[in-house]
Every structure is written in structure tokens, then in C-alpha cells.
Design a protein around this ligand. Structure first.
Ligand code: BG6
Length: 468
């Protein structure tokens, strides 16, 4: 291009967190445990009980977000604070916490972007079968009704379920249940179907109860490259891109199952029970925008049809591991990797944005993107995270190219605005612009310390994304 289009004036420069990774206070003021609180936790990393203690630091945190210049803040509400047993009484103290947080954000003109559900099903519901049971759909809809009724006047942007595709396709990446056993695939796809219905009903309810609000799904979306130009590799890459990304977006946005995905499920005897009325529910839900978490791309080769298709790479959530008979994970020699082995591919973001926009023609909000790193706090209380500045700035360059391509991108909320506990790698792996001074087990003073990237992002937001 000779000239790049500027970021829109009202672009939502933001930052992201989730309740269980940030709040702590896991059993305070009426909150009950969620499934993540009960996971088998690796012994050498922090659990989620105290996290970054945002519950007791929210005013200070929001002040720092305001000073950073955030226009938007994406966070999730913990179902277990609002309705501790999942279905019964509403806990006023839980509502109060989020009212206070949202009011504090609004005081500084920071737009709240609220995720209804980020991995943390109430444990009591899980004991009754969790997402395998249709009754959990009703429980979820009631929970969301309470949120829309209470916060509907204050919150304009809602996200339904965070990374349903990660929960279903890579359940172990998020956590392992207390009995150490992950559900089998048939069960997972039934759970998946129930989540689709719950999501569709929540979108409809949102439109009824909060006519001025907007709501959309929040999936982990990425592009798949074929390892070579062998047609077999191209088919494998397309298979996996469809199953992992398009099938989830098609159901959420077009209100129907993707045909290739359905054939994949049928062929393997994995098809969920779908009631006739479900098809109507799916069709009637109309999202207003697409929220998308993007970290990296994957490179895919044709399956060899045997167990060697699956290559376990420990601790790596984003690299696809392969599926026997479907695809093999391959290396991409043209990209760098983070300290944790995640592919760094800013151009892949541009490509993915184009594909998503072309397919659905809805505004897109990036709700996660970032680099996990073992940040070091220096003796003079500084953190020189140049790698984060490089990572984010390269992705922002590609976002501007995507906007120039014609993509309607409305905001960018990197993961995470401040350090939070990683899903299974504790505080060794940090993502924030703000350092939280705690160790894996030593809680220290929880002081918030601005990293080098904080000052850089502050400048960037002031310049509406246009730094030289
Ligand atoms: C996303 C999740 O998949 O990746 C976040 O929505 C998570 O909850 C983020 O923290 C980074 O993953 P990790 O495993 O490095 O914490």
C-alpha cells in the first residue's frame, strides 16, 4: 500500500484478564469453588486461590489501567460469585463487587467488555454432570439473565463463552479434573453442543433485555498453513482449520453446524444428540461482532494414518498436537517461537483477520494476543520486556494492514493487561504490562510495578496506534 488507513478514532485500545486468573479471593464473600479451583494442580506452580489479588486491589488496578490510557478493559465475571451453587440464590456481595469494578472503570471512561464465562463452571454444577447435562443450559441462561438485568445498563459489550474450541479440543490444556480423567470425545462433543445452545440463548436474551448492548462469541482462532504444496497437506490443513476454527464460528454466527465438521463427527460416531428445537435456537441467535483470541498459527501435514500423527509437546497449548487419521503437526521454519515454544506470527494475524471478516462480515474485536515470558524484576524495580514491545508492535502493524485491507477491526485487548496466573504455568510465565510482585508461592507484597512495555503501550494508545 502507498498509504495505510489509520486506526478508527473510537478504536478500543484495551487489555484483558479473566476472573479466576486475576481476582483471587476464591472463597470470600459467598463465592463457591469452580471447577478450576478444584483442578489437579501441578505442584511446582501457583494455584488460583490468591492469584493477583485483584479482588482487594481493584481500585488501584483500575487507576493503573486509566493511567495506561485504556479505552476498554475485557474481564470475566465469576459465575460462582453471582450464583454460588450455580442455580439457586443470587449472592449480593458478588453483584456488589462487579458493580464497584464497573463503576470504577466508568469513572475513568474505560469501556467494560464482559465475558460471561471463562473456563470456571460452578463446581456444584459439575458434580451434577456439568455441561454434559441439558439442565446446565438452563442454569447458564438464568445466570446470564441475572447479569443482563443487573449490569445491562452499564455494559455495552458482552462476550459469551471464552475459547469453547480450546475447552473441547484441548481440554487438558486448561486443566485436569480432580479425578485426573478428561472426558472422552463423545462426551466432549455433547458438552460442546450444550454450550452452543447456551450461547445462542444468551445472545438472544441479551438482545431482549439490553437492546443497546452488543454480544458475540470469543473463540481462539488461527490460520493453518500446509507444510508443503502437496495437495494432501493442503487438505489436512483445511480439515484442521475447519474443525478447529470455522466449525465453532459457523455454529455461533451462521446458526448451523458446518458440513465438514458434521461428517467428521458422524464418521467417528461422535455426533451429539441434537433436538429439533435446538436447530431453531441456533438459527435465531444473531451475534453483533466476533471476539477473537489470536496467539499463533499452526503448520499442518497430511496424516500418516497411525499413532505417529500425534506428537506430544509438553506445556504447549497453542501448537496443535495432531490427530490420528486427520492431520500431523509440522514445523514452520519461517517463524520464531516464544520462550514457551509458541509460534510468533504477526502476519498470521493479518491473514486470520482477513479470513474471518471475509467469511462472516461482522466487526472483529481482538480479545487476546500476547507473549508469555519469564519476566525478571530488576533490583531497581524495572522490567525490561523489550520482547513484549516487539511482539505487540509487530501485531499492531499487521492489524493496521488488515484495516487497510478492509477488515472492520474495532479493538485490541492484549492478554494480559497485568500479570495473572497462567493456565498451568503459574507466575513463571507472565504476559502483563504491569508486573505483580509475587512469586510462585511467596506472595511478597503484591506490589504493581510498571514494565517498560507499559510506558510504550501508553504512548502508542495516545498516538492512536501510530508510533514511528
Ligand atoms: C488463552 C486463555 O487461551 O490463553 C487464557 O483464554 C490463557 O485464559 C491464555 O491464560 C494464555 O495461556 P497460558 O496457558 O499461557 O496462560
Amino acid at each position: 500500500y502507498k498509504t495505510l488507513k489509520p486506526f478508527p478514532q473510537n478504536f478500543l485500545w484495551g487489555g484483558s484478564t479473566s476472573a479466576y486468573q486475576f481476582e483471587g479471593a476464591w472463597d470470600e464473600d459467598g463465592k463457591s469453588p469452580s471447577i478450576v479451583d478444584m483442578y489437579c494442580h501441578p505442584e511446582d506452580v501457583a494455584d488460583f486461590k490468591v492469584a493477583s489479588d485483584h479482588y482487594h486491589h481493584y481500585k488501584e488496578d483500575v487507576r493503573l489501567f486509566a493511567e495506561l490510557g485504556l479505552k476498554a478493559y475485557r474481564f470475566s465475571i465469576a459465575w460462582t460469585r453471582i450464583i454460588p451453587d450455580g442455580i439457586g440464590d443470587v449472592n449480593q456481595q458478588g453483584l456488589d463487587f462487579y458493580h464497584n469494578l464497573i463503576d470504577e472503570l466508568k469513572r475513568y471512561d474505560i469501556e467494560p467488555i464482559v465475558t460471561l464465562y471463562h473456563f470456571d463452571l460452578p463446581y456444584k454444577l459439575d458434580k451434577q454432570g456439568g455441561w454434559s447435562e441439558r439442565s446446565t443450559i438452563d442454569a447458564f441462561v438464568r445466570y446470564t439473565e441475572v447479569l443482563f438485568q443487573n449490569f445491562g445498563k452499564k455494559v455495552k459489550y458482552w462476550l459469551t463463552i471464552n475459547e469453547q474450541n480450546t475447552m473441547i479440543l484441548h481440554p487438558g490444556a486448561i486443566g485436569v479434573p480432580e479425578n485426573g480423567k478428561l472426558p472422552d470425545k463423545k462426551t466432549l462433543y455433547q458438552q460442546n453442543h450444550h454450550m452452543f445452545i447456551a450461547q445462542a440463548k444468551a445472545m438472544q436474551l441479551c438482545h431482549t433485555l439490553c437492546p443497546n448492548a452488543k454480544i458475540g462469541p470469543a473463540l481462539n482462532i488461527t490460520s493453518m498453513y500446509a507444510e508443503t504444496c502437496r495437495p494432501e497437506d493442503a487438505i489436512a490443513a483445511h480439515n484442521w482449520e475447519t474443525i478447529r476454527c470455522w466449525s465453532f464460528l459457523d455454529t455461533a454466527i451462521l446458526g448451523r453446524y458446518n458440513a465438514l465438521f458434521l461428517s467428521y463427527l458422524q464418521d467417528r460416531g461422535l455426533c451429539p444428540t441434537i433436538l429439533a428445537e435446538d436447530l431453531v435456537v441456533l438459527k435465531n441467535a444473531q451475534p453483533d461482532f466476533i471476539a477473537m483470541n489470536y496467539y499463533s498459527t499452526a503448520t499442518i501435514a497430511a496424516s500418516k494414518g497411525n499413532a505417529s500423527d500425534i506428537s506430544a509437546r509438553a506445556g504447549d497449548q497453542q501448537i496443535m498436537l495432531g490427530e490420528q487419521g486427520v492431520y500431523r503437526a509440522a514445523e514452520n521454519p519461517f517463524v520464531d517461537k516464544t520462550a514457551y515454544g509458541w509460534v510468533i506470527d504477526p502476519i498470521g494475524l493479518r491473514l486470520t483477520l482477513r479470513k474471518v471478516y471475509e467469511r462472516y462480515n461482522l466487526p472483529i474485536l481482538i480479545t487476546e494476543n500476547g507473549i508469555g515470558a519469564p519476566d525478571k524484576l530488576n533490583a531497581d524495580n524495572t522490567v525490561n520486556d523489550d520482547y513484549r514491545i516487539n511482539f505487540i508492535s509487530q501485531h499492531i502493524t499487521q492489524m493496521q494492514l488488515a484495516i487497510t485491507d478492509g477488515v472492520e477491526l474495532i479493538g485490541y485487548c492484549p492478554w494480559s493487561v497485568i500479570d495473572v496466573v497462567s493456565t498451568h504455568q503459574g507466575y513463571g510465565k507472565r504476559y502483563g504490562f504491569i508486573y505483580v510482585n509475587r512469586g510462585e508461592f511467596d506472595l511478597k507484597d503484591m506490589k504493581r510495578i510498571k514494565k517498560k512495555s507499559y510506558f510504550w503501550y501508553q504512548k502508542l494508545i495516545k498516538a492512536n496506534g501510530q508510533l514511528d
